[in-house]
Design a protein around this ligand. Structure first.
Ligand code: NAD
Length: 459
């Protein structure tokens, strides 16, 4: 199937509109950029309940989780950006060499143009809004393609964004593979894609045709190392919280645990206790636990439960797209559950002899989006820092790096390329243009011109 001519015409018209707006210079003044961010903030606050409902409809996300991980975090990012925008936009002076004297050199940040943002379904609001904040702050126009797998959030964004923001500069293209495939045939000045690596490769290939720069926010298996020198009750609670948030459908969720033999039994007991403490004896009946996004993902996940020994969980209900928070042992590096990113509420726990074996296990695989460790040993922490590579490395707390606006967020190797959040978003969507100025008088360049003499070299 391909997009109909009508759809293609509508998409092309929208693209022509945002391109013309950029060319007219509308988006360059700081006042325009700040107005967009402020309007986005107003939109999120005014329609907060509708966003909560859309996220509940798409993922059964609890309203509290929607506020914390989608609406509130987006507002925090807007506020962070608004406070610093003037400074970020300011050109910076650079020293010039004596040979050019007198001259001045500056780096002038300029917007790239039209930015395409392709968002996934798991945090369908936040992962649409957060890149937009950077793109608009940097003075670009934006085409947003939300995920078709979160249809309620996608429809709400398509209705509200053009109503609150400058509709000549921001457009939302709803749809799935067909619409995205068509969009990718068009020239953009930057593409930020969030999603899986298979589609990431499709985006990269399409972008290469136009030499469009890309940021790829991908996923992968983020490991957690735990040893007996840490407080295992605290570690278990933090791992369970990060793993089972959004029913495990978080790009930076702990994917699996590598635990030392001495810590294994107590950690498993604490994980079981933490799950009950957080979600009750029957998480399906509570309102703090999400659902799997669709039947395809539900079946993929249920199939992963065929192997291994259940420590807790393992139950499921297809009609409700519910999978219990599950902890598994008895799997190896070769098991199906260890082949690909799990992206669901299943936590395999594997035993390692120590940090050395954990490092060998991790470095034999793709570079993860995040690596987490709970250990009281400074030597083990230092080894993990020096001997592994990952998008981010957190000690003592999974996932929370995403809420630190001063840290770049992104992957490395198979987990992605480029980064954003805070100033890194502004920089991602900005060209840092070198501007060199030299007056005509005095014409010191004459000293460099041919015919060459010994004096020329001494300059
Ligand atoms: P998805 O299925 O919603 O796909 C993402 C986007 O790609 C959607 O907008 C979709 O329409 C588009 N798309 C899908 N197939 C396409 C095709 N053939 N051609 C062009 N476009 C296509 O989301 P997903 O990929 O299932 O998301 C889950 C993955 O995303 C996981 O691997 C997760 O780790 C990763 N992820 C990464 C981050 C991050 O910030 N690094 C955040 C969230 C999710």
């Amino acid at each position: 199937m391909s997009t109909s001519v009508t759809d293609q015409t509508a998409i092309s018209t929208a693209l022509g509109r945002v391109r013309a707006t950029f060319a007219a210079g509308t988006t360059r003044p700081r006042s325009w950029r700040a107005a967009q961010l402020t309007a986005m903030r107003t939109m999120l606050l005014t329609h907060s309940t509708e966003f909560e409902q859309a996220l509940h409809s798409d993922l059964r996300k609890s309203p509290v989780e929607a506020q914390l991980a989608e609406i509130g975090s987006s507002i925090a990012e807007i506020d962070h950006t608004l406070r610093r925008l003037r400074g970020w936009m300011r050109p910076s002076r650079v020293r010039t060499p004596m040979s050019l004297f007198p001259a001045t050199a500056r780096i002038v940040p300029e917007p790239l143009g039209v930015v395409l943002i392709i968002a996934p379904w798991n945090y369908p609001l936040q992962l649409s809004i957060s890149p937009m904040i950077g793109a608009l702050a940097a003075g670009n126009t934006v085409v947003l393609k939300p995920s078709e797998l979160a249809p309620a959030t996608s429809a709400l964004l398509a209705r509200l964004l053009p109503a609150y923001l400058d509709a000549q500069a921001v457009t939302v293209v709803e749809g799935g593979v067909e619409e995205t495939t068509y969009l990718l045939t068009q020239p953009f000045d930057h593409i930020l894609y969030t999603g899986n690596g298979t589609v990431g490769r499709i985006v990269a290939t399409a972008a290469a045709e136009h030499l469009t720069p890309i940021t790829l926010e991908l996923g992968g298996k983020s490991p957690v190392f735990v040893d007996e020198t840490t407080d295992l009750a605290v570690a278990a609670r933090r791992i369970a919280w990060a793993k089972f948030l959004n029913a495990g459908q978080t790009c930076v969720a702990p994917d699996y645990v590598l635990v030392t033999e001495a810590a294994r039994q107590p950690l498993l007991a604490e994980l079981t206790a933490a799950i009950t403490e957080m979600f009750g004896a029957d998480p399906q009946r509570g309102n703090s636990y999400g659902r799997i996004v669709n039947q395809r993902h539900f079946r993929r996940l249920r199939a992963l439960l065929a192997e291994g020994d259940l420590v807790t969980g393992g139950g499921s209900d297809e009609a409700d797209l519910y999978i219990e928070p599950t902890v598994l042992t008895g799997v190896t590096g070769e098991s199906a559950v260890m082949a690909e990113e799990i992206f669901g509420p299943i936590l395999p726990v594997l035993t390692v002899a120590g940090v050395g074996e954990a490092i060998s296990f991790i470095t034999a695989r793709d570079k993860p989006l995040a690596l987490y460790a709970f250990t009281g040993s400074a030597a083990a922490r230092d080894r993990l820092l020096q001997e592994t590579s990952s998008g981010a490395l957190n000690f003592g707390i999974p996932m929370a790096h995403t809420s630190v606006s001063g840290l770049p967020f992104g992957g490395v190797g198979a987990s992605g390329m480029g980064a954003y959040h805070g100033k890194f978003s502004f920089d991602t969507f900005t060209h840092r243009k070198p501007v060199l100025s030299k007056p005509s008088f005095p014409d010191t360049m004459r000293l460099l011109y041919p015919p060459y003499t010994d004096r020329t070299l001494k300059l």
